[in-house]
Write a protein that binds this ligand. Structure first.
Ligand code: ADP
Ligand code: MG
Length: 895
């Protein structure tokens, strides 16, 4: 490409200055994209590309009108692009352009999405004295609401910090200098999160600079008062986020009024896989409807919905906060009238947290300020409703409202109410915003302006009377200004003083000196009024912005009332119960249900009883489709709901508080969705084995299924042993390896439960009731029966099966046997050991032994074994297999 000059050259030079993906450059009434950017934008947004000629070269060009830029930028940012905007401004010799802001996924103020929008910085510092692990700092900001949360994880690893990060579903992540080249970190982030990754200037992460930046934003003593003065990693992350928001120039930093530090021990660990498996905010298919959140969400405000979602994604560990929420919910469940009145009131409100951010960034218009006034007004209505209902007044709900400065809120609302007209226009530069009596100078100006307008309005009547002309009007347009218009038939009656300015088909236009003079007056007054109202409005908006913290407080209090009321509504409508929260590690659920499945299905309730040490590991067996997965998830969700302060779907529940919930599903289910591999399954299993503690809840669903039987059963076996003897986490483990049920015999804390099925009359009916003990039937044989396999074969296969079980040994065949041919092993259920052998080495066959008794083999036995080892189970139809087994048995009987 030849060196571009002119407008394209200017565009390309500006593009060089920024590391944004796309540049939008203002050219008069349009924002233009050139060259590669034009093609990219056209592609993404379906814009038309034209060609711009510049000094002999042609460049693709696409543009949008100045006033329409915002939705286009939003659409690009939502697709993960960072968009720089260069504005044009007048200079002494023409005009100049410069980049005024960069809109990124984490700093996008004009988002149309009510969900939280998180920008996060993650920093790693080397482990301190004596610590094995490293220290991670995490800072998370939502610029649309001004929330800013910071934490530090000491002695942690990549997966721990990512687990913490994912609970925020970040839109954009700024990795610190130490993490930028960490392939493991970046790969995991890429795989599990949709976040855009942005590289922010290294020096912004430097401890001294970051500390300074944080103090500047929140005040000198803040770090000490929130208790993170020594947490360098947390401070580095916080400083980086602040400087990034500032640099993007979107002007929302002032909305970040408070630094909230939290301990990593406050929340239940929920990694990304668990959030997905439990379908907290979206289903496995990626739909939001059918998720837990969609099911329990009855909030009536955007902020209430955001808060409820946050509660679900970040359940709490300590009982105090949970009991507080529970008590408020309990009171609300019993006061239906007051609750519904409060919800109706809340529904009239607007999103105060977001409006506060709009005010501080200078983008709020008069309608936004009216919305703020309206919503502030709801505070007292809600507070009164609570105060008037004794049960609510005595509940923690009253404390939620007591923390906000109600007087300050009322004062601000009153000021806005007297200032603004009831229904102001959507633009702030065209006047018409303020009520009379708000500002004396403005009132005088308005009076003068309106007198001048009045003179113009009454001019036609005066002129008609004076001249006797009937078809006479006064109008205004852009080119002629104000004029008197006279119908064609009467133009000869026009007085001499009428100066003709234009002849039209049916009329003539005139002006007179007084009209010219008044026109100048009106235009001058109009301009002054617009300017004055705009100035006044900016000052009013600044005063509102100065109250950002107050607005956020009120917004958050109303959001909390909304979220608590939503939990109460769901509890009442679905007959949920208040769980008892304990610290003794028990989980006792009577007639529990799955919160989502019960919405659409006649649900069969189930009990669960887990006790530390004696009964903390349950092996769940049962045929396919009997309800194993549902049962396990239901209990994980009940625990999770209990730890958000919600009631739970059960007749009664005692929930020992957990520090983390971990769920894994065998790769087969996942593979079907093209998502996962056996490798991922194993990585995830390994993660659990590293992270879970005796206070955690683990759900393992068919783990080990993603590989050949031989491997799968070994992995499953070892995992059960490790968890039950070393970690002691409460665990529910569903498996189709029936053999694993015998683990209950050797490990005292491991017990079996099964989902009962009824198979009378040749029909399998799933009762979906969970009972003690392992399944005692082989449903595989039963299915063969149902499929019409001849009776003798089915009967015989039952005998064979019983015999195999009695022997407590089962043959397992490895599919990945490599070059040496087929590998066989006998898995001894009482010891949990394999004894293995290579089938083509005849001298080794003696190791394939059940009881160690077969030193000497007669030829017919050897024949059977040889045939057995050559047989490919995966390739042989079941009926043929059975026939072969029968034949071998006959042969052995004869021997
Ligand atoms: P499994 O894991 O044993 O194969 P699932 O848990 O996937 O079985 O359940 C199979 C089907 O049965 C699902 O459609 C589920 O909604 C339904 N189901 C499971 N448990 C119950 C129950 N307790 N009551 C009613 N329907 C249930
Ligand atoms: Mg299942």
């Amino acid at each position: 490409m030849t060196e571009a000059t002119g407008i394209v050259g200017e565009f390309l030079a500006l593009k060089e200055e920024t590391d944004a993906d796309i540049l939008a450059m203002q050219c008069g009434d349009f924002y233009e994209f050139f060259a590669d950017d034009a093609e990219l934008v056209a592609d993404e947004l379906d814009l038309k590309v034209s060609q711009k000629s510049s000094h002999g070269s042609k460049y693709p060009m696409a543009g949008v009108p100045v006033d329409d830029l915002t939705p286009y930028v939003s659409a690009l940012v939502e697709r993960g692009y960072r968009v720089a905007v260069a504005d044009q401004h007048e200079t002494a010799d023409g005009h100049a352009r410069e980049i005024t802001r960069v809109v990124t996924p984490g700093t996008h103020l004009a988002t149309g999405d009510a969900s939280a929008q998180h920008l996060a910085a993650v920093v790693r510092h080397d482990g301190g004295r004596g610590a094995d692990g490293e220290t991670y700092g995490l800072a998370v900001a939502d610029v649309t609401t001004g929330r800013f949360q910071v934490t530090q994880l000491d002695d942690a690893d990549v997966s721990a910090v990512l687990t913490e990060l994912y609970t925020f579903s970040p839109a954009e992540v700024l990795p610190g200098p130490e993490l930028r080249n960490d392939d493991d970190f970046l790969a995991q982030l890429d795989e599990r999160s949709e976040a855009a990754v942005s590289l922010h200037a290294t020096e912004s992460f430097a401890p001294g600079r970051a500390r300074h930046r944080v103090r500047e934003q929140f005040g000198a003593e803040t770090l000490e008062s929130v208790g993170i003065a020594d947490d360098d990693a947390a401070i580095a992350a916080a400083g980086a986020v602040l400087s990034y928001v500032e640099e993007t120039g979107v002007g929302t930093l002032a909305a970040v009024t408070r630094l909230q530090a939290y301990g990593a021990r406050e929340h239940v660990s929920l990694d990304a896989t668990t959030q997905r498996n439990l379908e907290l905010t979206e289903t496995m298919q990626g739909d939001s409807s059918g998720s837990l959140f969609a099911t329990v969400d009855h909030t009536v405000t955007a902020a209430g919905g955001r808060l409820l979602k946050r509660w679900l994604q970040r359940p709490r560990r300590e009982r105090g906060e949970l009991v507080r929420r529970q008590s408020a919910v309990a009171a609300l469940t019993r006061e239906a009238m007051a609750r519904e009145a409060i919800r109706e009131t809340l529904a009239d409100g607007y999103d105060l947290e977001r409006l506060a951010a709009r005010a501080t960034s200078g983008s709020a218009d008069a309608r936004d300020l009216r919305a703020i006034e309206d919503t502030l007004g709801l505070l007292s209505a809600v507070a009164d409703a609570v105060a008037e209902t004794e049960r609510l007044a005595d509940s923690p709900l009253a404390d939620v409202l007591a923390t906000v400065d109600r007087e300050g809120a009322a004062d601000l609302a009153a000021e806005l109410d007297t200032a603004l007209v009831p229904d102001p226009p959507g633009t702030v530069t065209q006047g018409g915003l303020f009520s009379r009596g708000y500002d004396d100078d403005l009132d005088d100006l308005i009076e003068e302006h309106e007198a001048a307008l009045e003179w113009l309005e009454t001019l036609p009547d005066r002129e008609k009377e004076r001249t006797g002309i009937t078809h006479l009007s006064v109008d205004r347009n852009k080119t002629d200004g104000y004029y008197i218009q006279v119908g064609k038939s009467e133009t000869d009656q026009a007085p001499d003083a009428y100066e003709e300015i234009k002849t039209l088909k049916n009329s003539k236009r005139y002006t007179i000196p007084e009209l010219d003079e008044r026109e100048r007056d009106v235009l001058r007054l109009e301009e002054r009024r617009h300017e004055m109202e705009h100035d006044l409005f900016e000052r009013l908006r600044e005063r509102v912005a100065a109250h950002a913290a107050l607005l956020q407080d009120v917004g958050r209090a109303l959001a909390e009332v909304d979220a608590l009321a939503s939990l109460a509504v769901h509890a009442v409508e679905n007959d949920w119960t208040r769980p008892e929260l304990t610290d003794d590690g028990r989980l006792d659920i009577e007639a529990g249900r799955h919160p989502v499945v019960e919405q659409t299905t006649e649900f069969v309730p189930n009990d669960l009883e887990m006790r530390p040490d004696e009964r903390d590991f349950l092996v769940v067996t049962g045929p396919n489709m009997s309800g194993k997965s549902t049962y396990m998830r239901q209990n994980a969700l009940i625990t999770l709901l209990a730890q958000t302060g919600s009631f739970v779907p059960a007749r009664s529940a005692t929930v020992g508080l957990v520090d983390g919930i971990y769920t894994r599903v065998g790769a087969l289910d996942e593979l079907a969705q093209g998502r996962s591999t056996f490798m991922v399954e194993m990585q995830e299993l390994s993660n659990i084995l590293h992270s879970a503690t005796e206070d955690s809840l683990i759900i393992l669903d068919e783990v080990g299924r993603g590989t050949a039987t031989f491997d799968g059963i070994s992995i499953a076996w070892a995992a059960v042993e490790y968890i039950s003897t070393r970690i002691h986490a409460k665990t529910l483990f569903a498996t189709h390896y029936h053999e694993l049920t015998s683990l209950g015999e050797s490990l005292p804390n491991v017990q079996n439960v099964h989902v009962a099925a009824d198979e009378r009359d040749g029909d399998v009916t799933f009762m979906r009731t969970v009972r003690e003990g392992p399944t005692n039937r082989s449903y595989g044989v039963h299915v063969a029966d149902l499929a019409g396999v001849p009776e003798p074969v089915v009967d015989r296969s039952r005998e064979v099966l019983d015999r195999l079980r009695d022997d407590k040994a089962i043959e397992v065949r490895g599919a990945e046997s490599g070059d040496e041919g087929t590998t066989q092993a006998v898995f001894d259920l009482s010891s949990g050991q394999f004894s293995g052998a290579s089938a083509d080495g005849g001298d080794e066959t003696d190791q394939v032994a059940t009881d160690g008794a077969a030193d000497q083999l007669d030829p017919s036995t050897e024949d059977v074994l040889e045939e057995l080892s050559d047989l490919d189970v995966n390739e042989t139809p079941p009926v043929e297999l059975m026939a072969k087994v029968k034949q071998w048995q006959d042969n052995l009987d004869e021997a």
